[in-house]
Design a protein. Sequence first.
Length: 501
Amino acid sequence: MYETYENPILDADWSDPDVVRVGDDFYLTASSFGRAPGLPLLHSRDLVNWTLVGHALERLEPADEFARPRHDCGVWAPSIRHHDDRFWIFWGDPDQGIFQVNAPEIRGPWTRPHLVKEGKGLIDPCPLWDDETGEAYLVHAWAKSRSGVKNRLTGHRMHPDGTSVLDEGKVIVDGDRVPGWFTLEGPKLYRHDGWFWILAPAGGVETGWQGAFRARDFFGPYEEKIVLEQKDTDVNGPHQGGWVRTPSGEDWFLHFQQRGAYGRVVHLQPVRWDGEGWPVMGDDGAPVAVHRRPALPRQPAAAPATDDDFPGGRFGRQWQWTANPRDGWATQHSGDGLRLSCVRTADAHDLRKLPNVLTQRLPGTPCAVEVELDLRGEEPGARAGLAVLGDAFCWIGLQRGADGTVHLVHRFAEAVAERERDADRPRLAPGGRARLRVEIGTGARCRFAYDIGDGFRSSGPVFAATPWRWVGALLGLFALAPEGPGHAGAATFTAFRIKPL
């Protein structure tokens, strides 16, 4: 009997995934929007168990534009390919244009971002180097919010070195001319069985479907077919992802499902080809919940890391800042623990505006998140804590009072609020230390708790985590202080843990 896997295979916000195989190894990247480092790089040998091995983008450019949080901007829907003994990643920044980076190995060194095509609203690019003709091509979609255009795919001939496009571009698929189709985006370009193939979703991230388009010539005309849709399953909007073939010739499709505050989780679908040469994904076009594993050597159970002891003050690959980092935010030292400077800011009342929040993805299953905090900031108003951060946010932590005492505080802000307010009454925290906890239950409902020496106690009402427009909610660690002169001290976080409930 075959062993099986369960979807989602990546149960967190690995948005807009794309995948490539090189030899016996599979590599996946995903959208990272305005966080740094960006372009996460995941590795697997069985398409089910994945580990995070690095990032391809150290900082977003131009650096000044991303010195402050731009949560829904930046890196949208990348494509990863392997060509000419190099890895290539193309993505669209909706405010700037289409970029690429490349590297000889997945762990780098990666080049600095190169602007391939400048323009507003250019998103979801995907290159193709055609081994049959020696030509190179690029396809991309459009963001109406920046360009006034959507529901169409534009194709270019591309310079073989991937640095520029060679023509003005042509609309090769116009979704307005396909009955019933809208919000066509996210194209992935392939060559297969004598056809040019574009796998592209439509219908919106929460309710849409996955389409396939094929043509004998890159510039068309293309015919289309819906190849994956929700049908009677509970997997809403199954679309936008990448097709990959194993060494033995099996075909698989990795795509996302939008799950509110949890973001876009990743599913794995089997693919077969029907008598007319069209791909059939999942169970006759419907997403599978459980399925036979790919016929690949079984690998140990693995998932992207979450826990962290912060050895020497360094943090693991799972963490990203909410904007380009600056020197001095995190300090390395000889022991364990994350030492964050209490960065002075005029935005101490609103975590959504802070670039110095260190974040990782909200897990997609019920869990308890815990961390120990030691506040050494001596400045009145210096504070640090554990946050659930989205369009609304909530945090629990420690704050130095005007009289020098340290208080346990619990605060929140609604999506429409411009300032945070108390979610519970402050209380003294002797010694300036606390163990902080948030239990994340079904529906991303969060219950906060604290331990200041006499065991965990619940704090405040339940908080329902919320996403930003395109980004799921995030877990965050931060330290800050009000505006003023001089160094405001630091906070140390230790033993960060996420445990299933």
